[in-house]
Structures are given as C-alpha cells and as structure tokens.
Ligand binder design. Structure first.
Ligand SMILES: [Zn+2]
Length: 68
C-alpha cells in the first residue's frame, strides 16, 4: 500500500525528500525565500480587526472585562 509521493519544494518546485534537513524546502535558500514572503506580507493572515467591537457596543465591552 505504500505509495511514493513526490514531494516538491514550495518555492522552486524542485524535488525534495522528507529526510532533507531543509524539508519541506530543497535548501536553506528556499527556506529563507519563504520566510521573506511572510515578512513582506505576500501571505496575508486574516487577523481579527479591533473595529468589530463596535458591533457589540460599549456595554458588552464592559462584560468582557469581567471574564478574566
Ligand atoms: Zn527550492
């Protein structure tokens, strides 16, 4: 049943093995490139925006402070 899956570097699409020290990247270089993408905001994480608090009004905001 063992199926050989060809793993590829997400940056340059070069074949990598999961035993590689830089897995899932093919090299230190691609790992750094990926980190750079995160740092430069190419990957956008949907972060909760504070302004949604307005929907609940000041009263529920007071309740939340009691929760902890
Ligand atoms: Zn690569």
């Amino acid at each position: 049943m063992a199926k050989r899956i060809q793993l590829r570097c997400p940056i340059c699409k070069k074949a990598v093995k999961n035993t590689d020290p830089d897995f899932p990247f093919c090299s230190e270089r691609c790992r750094t490139i990926d980190l750079g993408k995160w740092a430069s905001g190419q990957y956008v994480i949907s972060s909760p925006l504070k302004d949604t608090e307005d929907e609940f009004g000041p009263e529920s905001e007071a309740d939340r402070s009691d929760e902890e």
